[in-house]
Design a protein around this ligand. Structure first.
Ligand code: ACO
Length: 320
């Protein structure tokens, strides 16, 4: 029996930061409004494309795993903000790391990294692949209307990557659950409009728009449901969970989720203050931060869960 374990990890966060106080110099907002409602203090803003952030994170993850890009069997890149629609930007990362393998992007919005982790682990467990690179990368700043305080304050740029490798030890991705609720697909969106919109309008923006309160409620319910499902599927007790690494969209969402699941608050990895919501990149960046801080130790059990446009949701249990 093959298992898929994480052997390398890396992140790339652009050096330029934009604090809440900086934002207040050009839109009508304040740290007093943003911080208590979201947990965010600052976000990082990239001057380079998503594929570059992804490539740096990927190279760091490969170096940590001690493998060469040429050894990879598959690259899965989760993003909702690719630099190009065609070709996929996994191919750019592939060229940058010197890999010759399958490579593709997936768009499951903020749940994208866990979708990728699930798919990658299944490729390994089925025997199809031995080494898979899974990346979550976003340059959301490019898709924001910087005059709109309701959306501009929430997001940031960044990338994180993990290397999954085959092992015979019963560790790694123990199980995962993925879901999508199409009824909510209009409450969070960005894009170029429908064919009719394009026919009628001479120019269209493609900025992110959402119904924050609706997302707030559905995110807690969606992540809670799939987390419970994956815990039951893997046959573990909630008490065995050492860390919860949730998608970082709002600290209050995380607090409510953790308290409803009756998991102690100190088990949640929360880093939204430094990065804002980096969509598909929040979870791999949080994994890197938790490791850098010495939180995650061998043999510990991690629950990760996410929620995003679609409305997608995902949860995974990982034995480190
Ligand atoms: N600064 C100051 N005032 C603001 C700002 C801002 N940045 N944004 C909105 N306001 C004002 C509004 O104009 C409104 O004023 P009004 O009452 O005079 O009309 C007031 O604040 C309240 O606005 P709401 O939108 O009702 O604020 P709410 O308390 O719902 O908080 C928030 C908004 C933080 C977005 C919350 O709904 C939320 O966290 N939602 C979930 C997260 C989310 O939507 N993330 C998007 C990505 S989705 C994902 O990652 C899963």
């Amino acid at each position: 029996m093959q298992y898929a374990t994480i052997t390398g990890w890396g992140k790339c966060v652009p050096p330029a930061t934009l604090t809440n106080h900086d934002l207040a110099t050009f839109i009508e907002t304040s740290d007093e409004w943003i911080k208590p409602r979201t947990g965010i203090s600052q976000r990082h803003i990239s001057h380079v494309d998503t594929s570059e952030l992804a490539s740096v994170a990927a190279k760091r993850a490969l170096a940590a795993a001690g493998i060469d890009g040429s050894e990879l069997d598959m690259i899965i890149l989760a993003t909702a903000t690719p630099d190009t629609l065609i070709p996929n930007i996994a191919s750019t990362v592939q060229a940058n790391v010197g890999a010759t393998c399958a490579a593709f992007d997936i768009n499951a919005a903020c749940s994208g990294f866990l979708y990728g982790l699930g798919l990658g682990s299944s490729q390994i467990k089925s025997g199809q692949c031995k080494k898979v690179l899974v990346i979550g990368a976003e340059r959301l700043s490019f898709f924001l209307d910087w005059s709109r305080r309701d959306t501009a304050v929430l997001f940031g740029d960044g990338a994180g990557a993990v290397v999954l490798e085959a092992t015979e030890e019963a560790i790694g991705v123990l199980g995962y659950e993925l879901n999508n609720d199409p009824d909510g697909r209009d409450i969070l969106k960005a894009g170029f409009g429908t064919a009719m919109d394009r026919f009628e309008a001479s120019s269209l923006d493609f900025y992110i728009e959402f119904n924050g309160q609706e997302i707030f409620k559905r995110a807690i319910a969606g992540m809670g449901k799939l987390s419970t499902k994956v815990i039951e599927k893997c046959g573990i007790d909630k008490e065995e969970i050492d860390w919860v690494i949730p998608h970082q969209a709002n600290e209050r969402i995380i607090d409510t989720l953790i308290s409803r699941m009756k998991i102690p608050k100190e088990k949640a990895v929360v880093n939204i203050a430094n990065y804002g919501n980096t969509s598909a990149a929040t979870i791999p960046i949080a994994i890197c931060d938790a490791l850098e801080q010495g939180k995650i130790q061998p043999n510990q059990t991690i629950l990760s869960c996410a929620f995003g446009a679609g409305l997608t949701s995902a949860a995974a249990l990982i034995k480190w």
